[in-house]
Design a binder for this molecule. Structure first.
Ligand SMILES: *Cc1c(COP(=O)(O)O)cnc(C)c1O
Length: 493
């Protein structure tokens, strides 16, 4: 069999081993690393169904991390998926409500699904640095729409040989999300608010990553950049594991996954799981009012030229879904670079002959776009709570409402798993507003969290207590075009 290596989506001759791809984050030409083939699972589903989460993760990760030893993969997996980092023994679980399964991915240190990958990425990175005899310190640069930043900060805080800088849209995250970040401890952590939205932050970070002159100055001072965003394959690969795990808990003939989507990382991991032979019927890509992906799956035209809407599901407020480039590579191959150039210059591209081959393996037919407005999202929270007492966060509710629309449209009764991406405690105000309607009264984060606790009966996670009681340690704010200067101030003096 052909050896598994990684190459850029824009130039297949730019290759890297798994550890090199993890260290670099992004390919030198600005493309994203993708595996040259998707491996298939070596264990049967029956065998996998008897395994714990860390065991399943090990089986999946070792197939992709081909230059890691089995011991290295096992060490990384066990260092991440344990009771220090997760408040459930089983790491993740399926909850049945209203006839659908919710895959709760929010039991980690920051109560969002990002912990599933960011609790292991620092370990993968340390191992990769050792393997490649890296002498410099790794500086993680991250643009966040709210949840990645905190999860990355928790993952990298005080990890020797690393530093981390997180940029978040000052007015684009919930007050609790901001609190979680600005109270972050650790000598190597830096949190900076920007006057702009997530796309501004992400664009500038990408620019800094490909700025050779700046990289040279940093290297001279003993630093190299890497990324903890889902453009890093070290983020993506661990996410495949929970789709395999979810399937092996159910063992149905086929299942559909519904994923609340922003940067297209989570749902891409579901797609890779499908390519590893997990029997997937449909992948429903759920968007909020920023429904650029819904339009794309309808037409094959990606067009970001539209207003950026701030919603109550802020981690999905994205108009440039970076990881879509990896799916585009499956559809358009060598033309990917050209399409991405169009995106950068005109904000738009079109995939030719989208949906032309109507086969199950054509990604364009496997995926289905749906979206839910803010009102539909709130209605979904209210109604799932009324029907069965289960409380959804706004992101999960966007997915749940999208699935409801899909059901009404298709009457497709395939067993379905909705990726539940955040604890409702992370967005207490929106959740209470949805449930209480006109009776809702605003309050401090602490008051709202206590009210939600009374109403849901779900124990308040330790992560919430930590954020509420933490001291504010970070207060820098800058314009997007000053982000590079801020980094220089921190590391170059
Ligand atoms: C990041 C995030 C999403 C979007 O995931 P992508 O991988 O960016 O598509 C959805 N919900 C929550 C709660 C998130 O934190």
């Amino acid at each position: 069999m052909q050896e598994l290596i990684y190459h850029s989506t824009r130039d297949t001759s730019l290759t890297a081993t798994a550890s090199e791809a993890i260290l670099r984050g992004i390919a030198p030409d600005g493309g994203l690393y993708v595996p040259n083939r998707i491996p298939t699972l070596k264990k049967s589903f029956d065998e996998l169904s008897m395994m714990s989460y860390p065991e399943v993760a090990y089986e999946v990760l070792k197939l992709f991390l081909t230059d890691f030893t089995d011991d290295e993969v096992r060490t990384a997996v066990n260092s991440a998926y344990n009771s220090n980092n997760f408040d459930r023994e089983d790491i993740t679980c399926l909850m049945k409500a209203n006839g659908t399964y919710y895959l709760e991915l929010f039991h980690g240190r920051t109560i969002a699904f990002k912990d599933m990958a960011l609790s292991i990425l620092p370990h993968l990175m340390s191992i990769s640095a050792r393997k490649n005899n890296l002498k410099e310190k790794i500086v993680i640069l991250t643009a966040t729409s709210g949840d990645t930043g905190k999860a990355a900060l928790e993952g990298f805080a005080n990890v020797p040989g690393t530093g981390i800088v997180v940029f978040y849209p000052k007015d684009g995250v919930s007050s609790f999300q901001e609190r979680q970040m600005v109270t972050q401890e650790g000598d190597n952590t830096h949190v900076i608010g920007i006057r702009g939205n997530f796309d501004d932050a992400q664009r500038e970070v990408k620019k800094i990553f490909t700025d050779d002159a700046f990289a040279a100055r940093m290297k001279e001072a003993g630093y190299v950049f890497s990324s903890a965003n889902s453009i890093n394959i070290g983020r993506l690969i661990p996410q495949i594991a929970y789709y395999v795990y979810a399937y092996t808990r159910l063992m149905e003939d086929e299942i559909t996954f519904v994923v609340p989507t922003g940067n297209f990382g989570n749902i891409l991991a579901a797609y890779y799981a499908c390519r590893m032979d997990v029997p997937v019927s449909k992948l429903i890509c759920a968007s909020n009012d920023n429904k650029v992906l819904f339009d794309f799956f309808e037409t094959g035209v990606y067009d970001r030229n539209r207003d950026f809407i701030l919603t109550s599901s802020p981690s999905m407020d994205i108009l440039i879904s970076s990881n879509l480039e990896r799916l585009i590579f499956e559809l358009a191959g060598d033309e990917t670079g050209e399409l991405m150039k169009n995106l950068a210059t005109t904000g738009r591209y079109e995939v030719k002959n989208f949906k032309s081959e109507d086969t199950d393996t054509n990604p364009a037919t496997l995926f289905r776009g749906e979206f839910a407005t803010g009102e539909e999202m709130a209605e979904e929270i209210r109604h799932v709570y009324k029907d069965c007492g289960y409380v959804l966060d706004p992101h999960t509710a966007v997915a749940s409402a999208s699935y409801r629309k899909y059901l009404a449209d298709t009457r497709d009764l395939t067993p379905t798993v909705i990726a539940s991406t955040a604890s409702p405690y992370k967005f207490s105000a929106s959740v209470l507003k949805a449930i209480e309607g006109d009776a809702f009264k605003p309050g401090t984060d602490k008051e709202l969290i206590e009210r939600l606790n009374k109403l849901s009966g779900v124990e308040i996670p330790a992560a919430v207590e930590r954020a509420l009681n933490g001291t504010i340690r970070h207060n820098t704010v800058c314009d997007p075009d000053k982000m590079k200067d801020e980094i220089a101030k921190i590391f170059l003096g």
